[in-house]
Write a protein of this length. Structure first.
Length: 401
């Protein structure tokens, strides 16, 4: 069975996400499957997910996906390039995905493919070095370097968040045979605060949840997500957030030595020294990040570095994930899994207990994930209410997508 792939976080799952799921089904036909690769309990901007991965994955299957696979935490808490690379590797490994469907401000994959090819060309590194010498942030320098190789119109893709991620998808897809399909984004902008045409961004919904405006937030979510969130809230597991465990995070960061921070500073630019100094006295994560922040570094990069330090993650993700972990499936997804068990390039992990039969590399990755999940529990209102996910299988939903 051919399938469309979608890379996502569903933090939380909203109407715009449902629209993309519907478009994926429409574009590939009613018989095609839809496979999502979703971040687990930590998300790419450097934060806890507002609700745990199993509840979000179940909501995805009830909203149009057939199968949800987990993007392991080393890639989920990575740069856009690392995030895209890990997720695309998982989609490739299924052996079932023919198209990668993603939201886009431009709605056209062709310029994103051109950007990806230029970024991977032999001419680009020298152009980037020239621009970085001017002292601007990496994103600004990269866009200007790209303008030296492409039209300004094409290079402008790097100024739009969804298109920027789409370019990273196209880079990761090179030579895979999987076709990128850009779907015009509907409604509010990526970080827009106000809903537009009934569509709100995930960041706007999270802002409402932080302010305690739960019903206003859930009215903007997919119905299955709203239902799942209410159940998680009633059980004491949502919303998850730094406010529930900030001192635990700061305690861990204060314990680190300068050498520990240096290992996480992949650019070798001295950022680790700023972190080491600030972590010793900061009274909040916001204060820590404000102290470390400079014009050169995007805040999301700093947040990811802090969270990677908190979780004890390696400086960079491994080359590729070591297994396909199933978070949720419906009947069609179960049929996709049956085929994948025979042809997938990575082992399929449907039950955590089966990790014992995997390679040492896979077991190490799973242990890293479970450690992160235990720390995620501290971010929930009632940590004792969070079940041990090492003993929990995927959510199975009976409906067809």
């Amino acid at each position: 069975m051919a399938a469309a792939g979608i890379i996502t976080e569903y933090n939380p799952l909203h109407r715009g996400h449902v629209y993309l799921l519907e478009e994926a089904r429409r574009l590939l036909g009613p018989e095609a499957g839809v496979i999502c690769v979703m971040s687990g309990n930590f998300v790419q901007r450097g934060d806890f997910a507002v609700a745990d991965k199993l509840s979000r994955a179940a909501a995805a299957v009830r909203s149009g996906s057939d199968l949800v696979l987990e993007l392991p935490v080393p890639w989920a808490l990575s740069s856009a390039e690392g995030f895209a690379s890990g997720a695309v590797e998982l989609l490739k490994a299924t052996g079932a995905v023919t198209h990668l469907v993603f939201g886009s401000e431009g709605g056209d994959a062709a310029p994103l493919v051109r950007c990806a090819e230029a970024l991977c060309s032999g001419d680009f590194p020298a152009k980037l070095r020239e621009e970085l010498k001017k002292g601007d942030s990496f994103p600004a320098a990269r866009q200007r370097a790209l303008e030296a190789l492409l039209s300004k119109e094409d290079a402008a893709a790097l100024s739009r968040p969804n298109d920027t991620l789409g370019v990273e998808y196209c880079k990761a897809l090179r030579g895979s045979g999987i076709r990128p399909v850009a779907v015009l984004r509907r409604g509010a902008e990526h970080d827009g605060e106000a809903p537009e045409s009934g569509f709100a961004s995930a960041s706007a919904i999270r802002a409402l949840l932080r302010r305690g405006e739960e019903e206003a937030a859930l009215c903007l979510c997919a119905p299955a997500m709203a239902e799942g969130y209410r159940a998680e809230r009633a059980a004491g597991r949502a919303p998850a957030g730094i406010w529930n465990c900030e001192r635990a995070v700061l305690a861990r960061l204060r314990f680190l030595e300068e050498a520990d921070w240096a290992a996480l500073d992949l650019g070798n630019e001295g950022l680790y020294r700023r972190f080491a100094r600030a972590a010793g006295s900061a009274g909040s994560l916001a204060e820590l990040l404000e102290t470390v922040k400079t014009k050169r570094y995007p805040l999301a990069r700093l947040r990811r570095m802090a969270f990677r330090a908190y979780l004890g993650l390696p400086p960079a993700p491994p080359e590729r994930p070591a297994y396909l972990r199933v978070l949720a499936a419906n009947r069609r997804g179960t049929a996709l899994l049956a085929g994948m068990r025979k042809t997938a390039a990575l082992p399929v992990l449907a039950k955590p207990a089966a990790v014992r039969r995997l390679s040492p590399e896979a077991r190490g990755l799973f242990q890293m994930e479970t450690r992160a999940d235990r720390l995620f529990a501290l971010a929930c209102p009632d940590p004792a209410a969070v079940p041990d996910e090492r003993r929990m299988g995927p959510a199975v939903c009976g409906e067809e997508g």
